[in-house]
Design a protein around this ligand. Structure first.
Ligand SMILES: CC(C)(COP(=O)(O)OP(=O)(O)OC[C@H]1O[C@@H](n2cnc3c(N)ncnc32)[C@H](O)[C@@H]1OP(=O)(O)O)[C@@H](O)C(=O)NCCC(=O)NCCS
Length: 158
């Protein structure tokens, strides 16, 4: 997953070799709790039938005062197109709103990253902004779409 160029096309990291991927995974594997002390949680997405790790999802508190978090997701290309990212991220929303008492959760993607935007739409998130040429990545200007959902909206949709 970390090696495939199509995975990081719209991410700021570049394809990683095995050594770099192992180093990265060692680091993120420590992000197992989200509480007063730990502001970010990273979970492996595991296919129930096979036990295979097919990707990961993360949630990070970006403001404790405002009770706001940001989510992200990556799937191995062989396991895309089956609803796994949406299913895993929906659980992050439940965790954020029901257990962490968040007020708002946001997510962002490069404007051409339509599969990621569709994950946000399926989660019931609203597009809140389209920032033009907000980032310069690898010599290319990237637009950013911002999506958000409030606790009240999430509860209302259930
Ligand atoms: C973003 C990313 C995780 C989306 O993956 P995805 O597989 O399209 O998303 P999901 O796992 O939620 O699957 C939903 C797709 O599966 C389809 N699907 C097929 N069977 C399904 C099922 N049983 N249940 C739900 N969806 C199903 C859906 O129709 C949808 O396809 P569509 O968007 O073409 O309509 C993936 O493209 C990725 O890893 N990209 C590279 C990393 C990246 O850019 N991450 C985001 C950074 S902002």
């Amino acid at each position: 997953m970390h090696r495939r160029p199509e995975v990081s096309r719209f991410l700021i990291w570049v394809p990683r070799d095995r050594e770099d991927a192992v180093a990265k995974l060692r680091k993120v594997a420590r992000m197992r709790r989200i509480d007063e002390r730990n502001g970010a949680l990273r979970l492996a997405v595991v296919e129930r039938a096979t036990g295979a790790v097919v990707g990961d999802v993360n949630i990070e508190i970006i403001s404790r005062r405002d009770l706001e978090a940001e989510m992200g997701w990556v799937l191995h290309p062989d396991h895309q197109g089956r609803g796994y990212a949406t299913e895993a991220a929906a659980e992050l929303l439940r965790l954020g709103f029901e257990e962490l008492g968040l007020h708002r959760v946001m997510a962002a993607c490069e404007a051409r990253n339509l599969p990621s935007a569709r994950v946000m739409q399926r989660l019931g998130m609203r597009q809140e902004a389209h920032f033009r040429e907000r980032e310069n990545v690898r010599g290319e200007w990237w637009d950013t779409l911002f999506y958000g959902i409030l606790a009240s909206e999430w509860r209302g949709a259930r």
